[in-house]
Design a protein around this ligand. Structure first.
Ligand code: DC
Length: 229
Protein backbone atom coordinates (compact mmCIF):
# COMPACT_ATOMS: atom_id res chain seq x y z
CA UNK A 1 0.00 0.00 0.00
CA UNK A 2 1.20 3.52 -0.78
CA UNK A 3 0.02 6.43 1.32
CA UNK A 4 0.84 9.71 -0.45
CA UNK A 5 1.11 12.81 1.74
CA UNK A 6 1.50 16.06 -0.16
CA UNK A 7 1.31 19.69 0.86
CA UNK A 8 3.29 22.91 1.24
CA UNK A 9 6.22 23.42 3.63
CA UNK A 10 5.22 23.45 7.28
CA UNK A 11 1.82 21.84 6.69
CA UNK A 12 2.90 19.08 9.07
CA UNK A 13 3.69 16.55 6.35
CA UNK A 14 6.97 15.21 7.72
CA UNK A 15 5.85 14.75 11.30
CA UNK A 16 2.57 13.22 10.22
CA UNK A 17 4.10 10.97 7.56
CA UNK A 18 6.75 9.63 9.95
CA UNK A 19 4.24 8.98 12.69
CA UNK A 20 1.82 7.19 10.35
CA UNK A 21 4.67 5.04 9.03
CA UNK A 22 5.72 4.17 12.59
CA UNK A 23 2.20 3.29 13.68
CA UNK A 24 1.45 1.16 10.63
CA UNK A 25 4.92 -0.40 10.36
CA UNK A 26 5.35 1.08 6.87
CA UNK A 27 8.53 2.38 5.27
CA UNK A 28 8.88 6.15 5.03
CA UNK A 29 10.17 8.13 2.07
CA UNK A 30 10.90 11.87 2.31
CA UNK A 31 11.13 12.99 -1.32
CA UNK A 32 11.85 16.62 -0.37
CA UNK A 33 15.07 15.41 1.24
CA UNK A 34 16.13 14.04 -2.16
CA UNK A 35 15.69 17.43 -3.92
CA UNK A 36 17.51 19.01 -0.98
CA UNK A 37 20.36 16.49 -1.24
CA UNK A 38 20.89 17.25 -4.94
CA UNK A 39 20.88 20.98 -4.08
CA UNK A 40 23.55 20.45 -1.42
CA UNK A 41 25.67 18.42 -3.84
CA UNK A 42 25.38 21.19 -6.46
CA UNK A 43 26.37 23.91 -3.97
CA UNK A 44 29.34 21.85 -2.71
CA UNK A 45 30.58 21.15 -6.22
CA UNK A 46 30.17 24.73 -7.37
CA UNK A 47 27.53 23.86 -9.96
CA UNK A 48 25.54 27.01 -10.73
CA UNK A 49 21.81 26.69 -10.15
CA UNK A 50 21.24 28.15 -13.64
CA UNK A 51 23.18 25.28 -15.22
CA UNK A 52 20.26 23.03 -16.06
CA UNK A 53 22.17 20.30 -17.87
CA UNK A 54 24.84 20.04 -15.15
CA UNK A 55 22.13 19.77 -12.47
CA UNK A 56 20.33 17.09 -14.47
CA UNK A 57 23.58 15.16 -14.88
CA UNK A 58 24.25 15.51 -11.16
CA UNK A 59 20.78 14.20 -10.23
CA UNK A 60 21.34 11.16 -12.45
CA UNK A 61 24.86 10.50 -11.18
CA UNK A 62 24.63 10.89 -7.41
CA UNK A 63 23.57 8.15 -5.08
CA UNK A 64 21.09 9.17 -2.40
CA UNK A 65 20.72 6.90 0.62
CA UNK A 66 18.68 7.12 3.78
CA UNK A 67 20.43 6.01 6.96
CA UNK A 68 19.19 4.81 10.31
CA UNK A 69 20.59 5.89 13.63
CA UNK A 70 20.99 3.03 16.13
CA UNK A 71 17.66 1.87 17.49
CA UNK A 72 15.56 3.84 15.00
CA UNK A 73 12.69 2.23 13.10
CA UNK A 74 12.65 4.95 10.44
CA UNK A 75 15.57 6.58 8.64
CA UNK A 76 16.61 10.03 9.81
CA UNK A 77 19.91 10.47 7.98
CA UNK A 78 20.42 11.51 4.39
CA UNK A 79 23.60 10.58 2.56
CA UNK A 80 24.74 11.65 -0.85
CA UNK A 81 27.49 9.53 -2.37
CA UNK A 82 28.13 8.24 1.15
CA UNK A 83 28.49 11.70 2.70
CA UNK A 84 26.14 12.55 5.56
CA UNK A 85 24.25 15.71 4.55
CA UNK A 86 21.46 15.42 7.14
CA UNK A 87 22.16 18.87 8.56
CA UNK A 88 23.26 20.57 5.34
CA UNK A 89 19.94 19.83 3.62
CA UNK A 90 18.12 21.99 6.20
CA UNK A 91 20.39 25.06 6.02
CA UNK A 92 18.97 28.36 4.68
CA UNK A 93 21.22 28.23 1.57
CA UNK A 94 19.62 24.89 0.67
CA UNK A 95 16.13 26.26 1.35
CA UNK A 96 16.92 29.10 -1.03
CA UNK A 97 18.17 26.94 -3.89
CA UNK A 98 15.97 23.88 -3.68
CA UNK A 99 12.89 25.25 -5.47
CA UNK A 100 15.03 26.10 -8.48
CA UNK A 101 16.57 22.60 -8.53
CA UNK A 102 13.14 20.98 -8.04
CA UNK A 103 11.68 22.97 -10.95
CA UNK A 104 13.88 21.22 -13.52
CA UNK A 105 12.12 18.41 -15.45
CA UNK A 106 15.24 16.29 -15.88
CA UNK A 107 16.14 16.51 -12.20
CA UNK A 108 12.59 15.51 -11.36
CA UNK A 109 12.49 12.54 -13.71
CA UNK A 110 15.79 11.23 -12.30
CA UNK A 111 14.52 11.48 -8.73
CA UNK A 112 11.00 10.22 -9.50
CA UNK A 113 12.53 7.05 -10.97
CA UNK A 114 14.43 6.49 -7.71
CA UNK A 115 11.33 7.25 -5.64
CA UNK A 116 9.28 4.65 -7.55
CA UNK A 117 12.01 2.05 -7.11
CA UNK A 118 12.37 2.76 -3.38
CA UNK A 119 8.66 2.66 -2.59
CA UNK A 120 8.00 -0.41 -4.75
CA UNK A 121 9.82 -2.54 -2.18
CA UNK A 122 7.27 -2.32 0.64
CA UNK A 123 4.22 -0.57 2.03
CA UNK A 124 5.40 3.03 2.20
CA UNK A 125 4.28 6.45 3.34
CA UNK A 126 5.66 8.86 0.73
CA UNK A 127 5.69 12.59 1.38
CA UNK A 128 6.29 15.37 -1.11
CA UNK A 129 4.54 17.78 -3.46
CA UNK A 130 3.59 15.66 -6.48
CA UNK A 131 3.27 12.19 -4.99
CA UNK A 132 -0.50 11.87 -5.50
CA UNK A 133 -0.47 13.65 -8.86
CA UNK A 134 2.65 12.32 -10.61
CA UNK A 135 4.79 9.84 -8.68
CA UNK A 136 2.05 7.52 -7.42
CA UNK A 137 -1.19 8.53 -9.14
CA UNK A 138 -2.61 5.13 -8.13
CA UNK A 139 -1.73 5.44 -4.43
CA UNK A 140 -4.44 3.80 -2.34
CA UNK A 141 -4.65 6.85 -0.06
CA UNK A 142 -3.78 10.42 -1.04
CA UNK A 143 -3.74 13.10 1.62
CA UNK A 144 -3.13 16.78 0.91
CA UNK A 145 -2.29 18.76 4.05
CA UNK A 146 -2.68 22.53 4.19
CA UNK A 147 -2.40 25.13 6.96
CA UNK A 148 -2.37 28.87 7.44
CA UNK A 149 1.01 30.27 6.20
CA UNK A 150 1.87 31.89 9.57
CA UNK A 151 1.30 28.59 11.35
CA UNK A 152 3.39 26.83 8.72
CA UNK A 153 6.27 29.30 9.15
CA UNK A 154 6.20 28.75 12.91
CA UNK A 155 6.28 24.98 12.50
CA UNK A 156 9.16 25.21 10.04
CA UNK A 157 11.18 27.29 12.54
CA UNK A 158 10.47 24.75 15.27
CA UNK A 159 11.55 21.98 12.93
CA UNK A 160 14.78 23.82 12.13
CA UNK A 161 15.43 24.34 15.84
CA UNK A 162 14.99 20.61 16.35
CA UNK A 163 17.67 20.12 13.69
CA UNK A 164 19.85 22.64 15.55
CA UNK A 165 19.60 25.24 12.80
CA UNK A 166 17.72 27.80 14.90
CA UNK A 167 18.87 31.37 15.01
CA UNK A 168 20.08 31.52 11.43
CA UNK A 169 16.78 32.88 10.21
CA UNK A 170 14.56 35.31 12.07
CA UNK A 171 10.85 34.72 12.07
CA UNK A 172 10.05 37.34 9.48
CA UNK A 173 12.57 36.06 6.97
CA UNK A 174 11.45 32.47 7.64
CA UNK A 175 7.88 33.51 6.81
CA UNK A 176 8.93 35.36 3.67
CA UNK A 177 11.17 32.50 2.52
CA UNK A 178 8.34 30.03 3.03
CA UNK A 179 5.89 32.14 1.01
CA UNK A 180 8.44 32.55 -1.78
CA UNK A 181 9.03 28.80 -1.89
CA UNK A 182 5.28 28.03 -1.92
CA UNK A 183 4.86 30.45 -4.79
CA UNK A 184 7.72 28.87 -6.76
CA UNK A 185 6.61 25.29 -6.02
CA UNK A 186 2.96 25.96 -6.89
CA UNK A 187 3.60 27.89 -10.09
CA UNK A 188 6.34 25.89 -11.76
CA UNK A 189 5.46 24.40 -15.12
CA UNK A 190 6.41 20.83 -14.36
CA UNK A 191 4.74 18.82 -11.55
CA UNK A 192 3.67 21.81 -9.44
CA UNK A 193 2.54 21.44 -5.85
CA UNK A 194 -1.11 20.47 -6.21
CA UNK A 195 -3.77 18.29 -4.67
CA UNK A 196 -4.79 15.33 -6.84
CA UNK A 197 -8.49 15.43 -7.74
CA UNK A 198 -9.04 12.36 -5.56
CA UNK A 199 -6.88 13.54 -2.63
CA UNK A 200 -8.41 14.06 0.81
CA UNK A 201 -7.61 17.65 1.73
CA UNK A 202 -7.03 18.32 5.42
CA UNK A 203 -6.48 21.80 6.86
CA UNK A 204 -4.27 21.28 9.92
CA UNK A 205 -4.25 24.90 11.17
CA UNK A 206 -6.49 24.17 14.14
CA UNK A 207 -5.86 20.45 14.50
CA UNK A 208 -3.44 18.80 16.89
CA UNK A 209 -0.94 16.29 15.58
CA UNK A 210 -2.96 13.48 17.22
CA UNK A 211 -6.14 14.64 15.47
CA UNK A 212 -4.44 14.64 12.07
CA UNK A 213 -2.96 11.20 12.71
CA UNK A 214 -6.32 9.83 13.87
CA UNK A 215 -8.02 11.12 10.72
CA UNK A 216 -5.46 9.49 8.43
CA UNK A 217 -5.54 6.20 10.35
CA UNK A 218 -9.33 6.13 10.02
CA UNK A 219 -9.07 6.69 6.26
CA UNK A 220 -6.44 3.96 5.98
CA UNK A 221 -8.61 1.51 7.92
CA UNK A 222 -11.62 2.32 5.73
CA UNK A 223 -9.61 1.72 2.57
CA UNK A 224 -8.16 -1.56 3.84
CA UNK A 225 -11.62 -2.72 4.89
CA UNK A 226 -12.94 -1.86 1.41
CA UNK A 227 -10.08 -3.75 -0.21
CA UNK A 228 -10.66 -6.80 1.99
CA UNK A 229 -14.32 -7.03 0.95
O1 DC B 1 9.31 19.12 1.78
P1 DC B 1 10.59 19.96 1.70
O2 DC B 1 10.43 21.35 2.21
O3 DC B 1 11.76 19.28 2.32
O4 DC B 1 10.88 20.06 0.13
C1 DC B 1 12.01 20.72 -0.36
C2 DC B 1 11.73 21.30 -1.73
O5 DC B 1 11.64 20.27 -2.70
C3 DC B 1 10.48 22.15 -1.85
O6 DC B 1 10.84 23.44 -2.30
C4 DC B 1 9.64 21.48 -2.88
C5 DC B 1 10.50 20.44 -3.50
N1 DC B 1 9.82 19.16 -3.63
C6 DC B 1 9.25 18.88 -4.83
O7 DC B 1 9.27 19.71 -5.73
N2 DC B 1 8.67 17.68 -5.03
C7 DC B 1 8.63 16.77 -4.04
N3 DC B 1 8.05 15.58 -4.26
C8 DC B 1 9.18 17.06 -2.78
C9 DC B 1 9.77 18.30 -2.60
Amino acid sequence: MIIAIDGPAGSGKSTVARRIAELLGFHYLDTGAMYRAVTVAALKRGIGLEDESALAGLARAVRIDFGYRPGEALPSQVLIDGEDVTRAIRLPATDEGVSRVASLPEVRSALVAQQCALAAQADTVVEGRDIGTVVFPDAELKVFLTADPKVRARRRIEQNEAHDIGGELDRRSAYEALLARDEADSNRAYSPLAAAPDARVLDTTDLTLDEVIARILTWTAEIRKGEAQ
